[in-house]
Design a protein around this ligand. Structure first.
Ligand SMILES: CCCCC/C=C\C/C=C\C/C=C\C/C=C\C/C=C/C(=O)SCCNC(=O)CCNC(=O)[C@H](O)C(C)(C)COP(=O)(O)OP(=O)(O)OC[C@H]1O[C@@H](n2cnc3c(N)ncnc32)[C@H](O)[C@@H]1OP(=O)(O)O
Ligand SMILES: Cc1cc2nc3c(=O)[nH]c(=O)nc-3n(C[C@H](O)[C@H](O)[C@H](O)COP(=O)(O)OP(=O)(O)OC[C@H]3O[C@@H](n4cnc5c(N)ncnc54)[C@H](O)[C@@H]3O)c2cc1C
Length: 671
């Protein structure tokens, strides 16, 4: 019996769990890996046993100051408990523990862990690492990553903060020369951090060498007051992540020692001589890390929101399908399935590619340490495209889940506002999505040039297919092929065609006299399409490869249903492109649609068990609609009764305004 079934649960949800064709626990093991799943359970138990991690009230009812104080309290507790609760050397355990204890809306250590420590690990030289890393890991300071300025986020070449080297004192002078040079956005900068990685234009011997990272103390270690010459604060409430004190920062001729510059790659010698790095973008590795991590992060958001939507749709009865047979669970409507199940499938696809890209990141960082930088452009290209596509599709998917839950989906109690507002940040941070799509397109255009000139680069799993000659006509038909060769070939065909077409147009525009840059801008929409097609191909192939590795037949069959849905849903999404050149026929599109509908029907009886197997606890979901026990209605009422507005039957200012107005209106009407 499923470990998710307990006495007192909503019977509709129990009925769904009993219907499953597979063992939920075995599926959870397959999804997370046996060891990880066991550790997740142990960590979750640990947190449940320590009630001090509980929020004093739902965070939705807290003011911003209360939110930040609560997050800070829990962050300190988290660090105090970490060594007892988890193996701190295992990232998976840290991420899970942190998510359970601190939630997803931000915490004072967010940027310290995600960007500052990776920058120290990858950009500090040995001496600097010896000095900074133990203190960073030991929480002797909290650092953030200050790069974006009020005037520039994308175009790093135009950052205005300067770091001018003074050989006489062997110091850099940090300065913010204009209002637009104010650092703006860095997470945890406003109030929590006392150190920061600061990106500034490096000047030495009268020459500018471009943006470089510096490690800068911002606040006094004892009083926590900003150091002389430093102005720092919170940028105010935002669309979401209001638990995070995203900040602003200005420097007024602040002097820092020469060794504050990160010197693993580029260096300034004491006399001011600049030593360039082996690759000009090695200083950007923390950004590459977060871009890669976003893919898994989007998987987590999608799987959490589809868990909420599926569970709620199992207990929500509304309307009849066959008149007179009683109200159905809303999950029985095909439209509901069409809204929610593709989000599950995409979540799984993102999880699988997310694992791949993080491994590639780790391998590339190791290679760089050993002096091999050859994988840097490939990692950059695929991580930019994946970050952009998964954050965008993730955002759309979360919104579908919310809308699938009707009015209650619009409540903060649903958990959707928190998930959505956190998730959509990823469309912008770490490189705005259009900009990221265009970065991948740069790489694709190089590949197109190589194809046209008949000189393929050295073999590479991600782009090799571009150099293949695929079928000239789509081979999708009604026969079942577990390798989905014809679908993958269709995606490859679309990617290859769009890439080559936009390359040819770029060349043609230049032949007509446009500069490369102007031609590029005229082709930008299609360049983004090429990236999307390439990323779709990558996600799809990774999904197929991973499903083919599953040994257990009953579990494999569930994954195959999700894969079928994923692939044919993507075919329908890019149908215009496949039909445009006559590669796919209308009949084949009809087959694809039929495959989507068949997959929805196959997934339907397993849906509740599938989302259970993602093993997302109520503590993580923070959702009344997505509760494991399905007891939504009584808990919605309890939740509303906790609203601070309900502390008073009559609001203290009622008689001052509305009461007075109505009294006066009544008086007047009596006259
Ligand atoms: C369940 C799993 C949970 C896991 C949880 C784990 C971690 C948490 C994950 C998520 C984080 C959560 C919270 C954190 C939230 C927010 C943090 C946000 C932080 C930030 O936003 S920091 C600021 C980020 N800013 C940017 O991204 C700026 C974007 N701009 C750029 O990157 C670049 O300027 C540019 C647009 C890419 C262009 O670069 P530029 O310097 O102008 O160079 P060009 O001359 O145009 O290009 C030259 C050449 O270099 C290539 N290039 C560019 N960048 C890179 C790179 N990084 N690596 C390699 N190569 C690069 C470029 O493509 C060009 O190549 P060519 O060969 O074509 O010339
Ligand atoms: C939640 C959140 C957290 C953040 N955390 C941090 C942090 O910790 N540290 C930090 O340093 N920064 C942080 N940022 C800043 C973030 O990295 C930038 O906002 C982001 O890189 C985009 O830059 P921008 O805001 O200057 O947008 P702009 O570059 O001004 O972009 C505006 C619009 O112009 C378009 N555009 C710009 N350039 C191009 C181009 N070359 N081609 C085509 N279109 C273009 C974009 O599509 C975009 O829609 C954060 C931002 C957010 C929202």
């Amino acid at each position: 019996m499923s470990r998710y079934i307990r006495e007192g649960d909503n019977p509709d949800l129990t009925e769904e769990r009993r219907k499953a064709s597979f063992d939920t626990e075995a599926m959870a093991e397959l999804f997370w890996g046996a060891r990880n799943l066991m550790r997740r359970r142990e960590i979750a138990n640990y947190v449940e046993q320590h009630r001090e991690f509980d929020d004093p009230q739902p965070t939705a009812f807290m003011t911003r100051e209360e939110l930040i104080e609560n997050a800070t309290r829990k962050a300190v507790l988290t660090m105090e408990h970490a060594e007892k609760a988890i193996d701190i050397t295992r990232d998976e355990e840290s991420h899970y523990f942190n998510a359970l204890t601190m939630g997803i809306d931000g915490n004072p250590f967010g940027l310290h862990l995600v960007m500052a420590i990776p920058t120290i690990m990858n950009n500090a030289d040995e001496g600097q690492q010896d000095e900074w890393l133990p203190k960073a890991l030991n929480r002797e300071f909290i650092a953030t990553y200050a790069q974006t300025e009020m005037g520039h986020g994308t175009n790093l070449k135009k950052l205005e903060t300067t770091a001018t080297y003074d050989p006489k004192t062997q110091e850099f002078i940090l300065h913010s020369p204009t209002i637009t040079s104010t650092k703006w956005w860095p997470g945890n900068l406003g109030k929590s951090s006392n150190y920061s990685v600061v990106m500034a234009q490096l000047y030495s011997q009268g020459k500018c060498y471009g943006a470089h990272p510096f490690f800068v103390q911002l606040r006094d270690l004892r009083t926590h007051k900003p150091l002389p010459g430093i102005t720092v604060g919170d940028i105010g409430p935002k669309f979401g992540i209001n638990t995070n004190d995203n900040g602003f920062l200005r420097f007024d001729q602040v002097r820092i020692p020469r060794r504050s510059m990160f010197m693993k790659h580029a260096k300034i010698l004491p006399d001011g001589t600049y030593v360039p790095p082996s690759h000009s973008k090695l200083n950007y590795s923390a950004m590459v890390y977060v871009r890669a991590a976003v893919v898994s992060l989007m998987a987590s958001h999608l799987l959490a929101c589809s868990t909420i939507a599926v569970r709620y749709s199992c207990i929500r009865r509304q309307g009849e399908i066959t008149p007179g047979t009683g109200e159905v669970k809303v999950l029985d409507y095909q439209t509901q399935q069409y809204r929610i199940f593709p989000q599950i499938a995409r979540g799984v696809a993102f999880r699988l590619s997310g694992n791949y890209i993080i491994q590639l990141y780790r391998q590339t960082m190791t290679d760089i340490k050993n002096g091999d930088i050859s994988a840097v452009p490939d990692l950059h290209a695929i991580s930019c495209g994946l970050k952009a596509v998964t954050s965008y599709q993730g955002a759309l998917g979360l919104e579908q889940c919310r809308m699938a839950c009707g009015g209650h989906g619009y409540l903060q109690a649903s958990g959707f506002p928190l998930q959505y507002t956190v998730a959509i940040g990823a469309c912008t941070y770490e490189g705005e999505n259009m900009v990221m799509l265009l970065q991948t397109a740069r790489h694709l255009i190089k590949m197109a040039k190589a194809i046209r000139s008949g000189r393929p680069p050295k073999p590479n799993k991600v782009i090799d297919y571009l150099f293949k000659k695929g079928p000239t006509k789509c081979l999708i038909d009604q026969t079942y092929d577990p390798n989905y060769q014809s679908v993958l070939e269709a995606f490859e065909h679309l990617s290859r065609r769009v890439t080559l077409e936009v390359y040819d147009r770029l060349v043609q525009l230049q032949q007509q006299g446009r500069s490369y840059e102007l031609a590029w801008n005229e082709c930008a929409v299609d360049l983004c399409k090429a990236t999307r097609a390439h990323v779709r191909t990558f996600l799809a192939k990774t999904f197929v490869e991973e499903v083919n590795k599953i040994a257990d037949i009953s579990l494999k069959s569930v994954f195959q249903d999700l894969l079928q849905l994923y692939l044919f849903y993507e075919v329908t999404e890019c149908a215009a492109g496949l039909l445009e050149d006559g590669f796919m026929s209308g009949q084949q599109l009809t087959y694809a649609k039929k495959n989507v509908y068949d997959a929805l029907a196959k997934i339907r009886p397993n849906a509740a068990a599938i989302v259970d197997s993602f093993d997302i606890s109520d503590r993580e979901l923070q959702s009344v609609l997505g509760r494991r026990d399905g007891n939504v209605y009584e808990n919605l009422l309890k939740w509303a009764q906790m609203s601070p507005l309900n502390k008073h039957d009559v609001l203290p200012f009622h008689h001052k305004y509305l009461g007075k107005m109505m009294d006066e209106a009544r008086q007047k009407s009596k006259l």
